[in-house]
Design a protein around this ligand. Sequence first.
Ligand SMILES: CC(=O)SCCNC(=O)CCNC(=O)[C@H](O)C(C)(C)COP(=O)(O)OP(=O)(O)OC[C@H]1O[C@@H](n2cnc3c(N)ncnc32)[C@H](O)[C@@H]1OP(=O)(O)O
Ligand SMILES: CC(=O)C(=O)O
Length: 533
Amino acid sequence: MQVYDTTLRDGAQREGISYSVVDKLAVARLLDDFGVGFIEGGWPGALPKDTEFFRRARTELNLKHALFVAFGATRKADTAIDKDPQVRALLDAETPVVTLVAKSDVRHVERALRTTLDENLAMVRDTVAFLVAEGRRVFLDCEHFFDGYHLDPRYATEVAATALAAGAEAAVMCDTNGGMLPSAITRVVGEVSGRLAARLGISVDEAVAKLGIHCQNDTGCAVANTVAAVEAGVPHFQCTANGYGERAGNADLFAVVGNLQLKLGLPVLPDGCLDQMVRVSHAIAEIANIAPDTHQAYVGSSSFAHKAGLHASAIKVDPLLYNHVEPEVVGNDMRILVTEMAGRASVELKSRELGIDLGAHPEALSRVTAKIKQLEAGGWSFEAADASFELLVRAELNGGVTRPFALESYRVQVEHREDGAVVSEATVKVRVRGERIIAAAEGNGPVNALDEALRVALVKHYPELSTFELADYKVRILEGSHGTGAVTRVLLETAGGNGDWTTVGVHENVVEASWHALVDALSYGLSQQHLPA
Ligand SMILES: CC(=O)SCCNC(=O)CCNC(=O)[C@H](O)C(C)(C)COP(=O)(O)OP(=O)(O)OC[C@H]1O[C@@H](n2cnc3c(N)ncnc32)[C@H](O)[C@@H]1OP(=O)(O)O
Ligand SMILES: CC(=O)C(=O)O
C-alpha cells in the first residue's frame, strides 16, 4: 500500500490556509512521524514558496519514513519538453518522486487546454518519459478521471495507459469535482482494470495494482470513496491531514488510515505510528490555524465522549460495548459527560475519572445523579464544568459544601462618571478560619471587582490564590420557559499551578451567576492544594 499525503499541496488549496515555508517544514516533519510514505510538498516553479520549501527540505529534513514528491503539470501544449520551464522546475526540486497532473476528460482537453486529444496524450507521454529518463519515479494524477470516464471511457483509460506505458508507476484516478459515490468508484475501478489489462497486455490484477485514488469531498464521501477504491484493489491512495483541501476538502488521511488499518486489517503505516494520530492531527491544525474539529472521526476530542446514561451503563461493563475501537490505539481518550442525560453509571464513571469512587457510596451516587438532573433542568450545565461537578460530588460525600471561607455578604456597584469612565467596585465580608474580613477592590467590570475583592480578603490565609488567573469567561443567556424570566449561565475557566479547570454558575442575575462560578473556581483550585478549613 502507498500512503500518499497531499496536505502541503491540495490541502493548502483550502480557503483560509496560508503556510509559511517554516510551517510547511513543520507539517512535513509531523506527517513523517505519522508514517506516510509520500509527502507532496507543493508545486515548485508555480509558487516561489514551494520552490523554497524543496530547497530547504533537502538539507533541513531527514525523513524517517516518507519520500518527498514535487507536483506539477504535464508540459504545455505545442511546447518542446526541454523548453518548458515548469517541467525544469520539477527537476530542480530534486525530489525522488514527481506527480504530474493531466487532463483525462475530453471536455477539459478541448475547452480548458484548448488542444487536441492526441496532443494531450503526447504531453503525458513526453513528460512522463522525460522525468523517468532523468531518474524520477513518476505518478500521474488523471484529473476529472471519473467524470471523463463517464463521458468517454476509452479516452480516460487511454490517458492512464499512456502514462503507464511511458514509465509512470501509478495512474491516479482523481474525483476532482468530488461528485462520486462509493458504488460508482467500485464499478469504475473494476471496469478500468479490465480495460487497462487489455490495452497493456497484462493481467487484471497487475492493472489494478497500477492504479491510485484521489477523492475530493463534495458529496461528503471522500473517505468512503477512497476506502471503496482500496477494497477494489487500488494500492495507492492520496489524502490530506484533517481532510483539508479545495472547496469541501479531500479524503481525511486520519479517517482513511484508521479505517484501512483497524477495519480492513491492512498494515498501511509502519509499526508504532498509528497512536500518533491525534497528536499529529491537532499539531497540523494548530499550524494551519484552524480550530480542530471536535467531532472529527478518530481524532476529535468528542470522538470517544459519551453522554447518554444508557451508553455509560454498558461502558461500565466493557468500554468496547460503545466504542468502535479502543481510543488509545489512535492516541485518543474516552470521556464520560455528565449532563441531564446522565444515569447513575455516567456519574460513577465520571467520578472515577476524577479519582473518586462513588461506586462504594450508592446513596451518594443516587443523590448526585438526582441533583445533576434537577440543576440541569434549571439551566446548569456540568458537561464542560468538571470542577463544579467534582465539588458537588465531594460535598455529597462529605455531607455538605466545603468552602475555604464563609460568605457574610458581597456588594458591587458600577459607577459611570462625568468624564465617561466606568468603574466597578466590590466589597466582600467573609469569615476565614474564624477571622472576619472585610475587603474592597476596584475592577474593570463587576465580576473582575468581585474577584479582586475576594482575593484581597483571602490571600493572607491562602497565598497560593495569587497564582490563579481567570483564563476565560463565557456568558450565555438561557431563554425563560413557561413564563419564567431568562436565566444567565456563566462558565469560568481558571488557570493555576495544577492546570486549568472550569466552573459553572447559574442565576437570573449575571453577577450572582458569576459569583457562583467564581467561588467554585477558587474553592476547587485551593482544594487541589489544601483541604479547606
Ligand atoms: C485539480 C488540482 O487541484 S490541480 C492543482 C491546481 N493548483 C494550482 O492551480 C495552484 C498553482 N497554480 C499556479 O500558480 C498557476 O495557476 C500556474 C503557475 C500553474 C499557471 O499560471 P498561469 O501561467 O498564469 O496560467 P493560468 O493559471 O491562468 O492557466 C493555467 C494554464 O495551464 C494550462 N494547463 C492546465 N492544466 C494543464 C495540464 N495538466 N498540463 C499542461 N498545461 C495545463 C492551462 O491550459 C493554462 O494554459 P494557458 O495559460 O496557455 O491558457
Ligand atoms: C489532482 C487533484 O488535486 C485533483 O484532481 O483533484
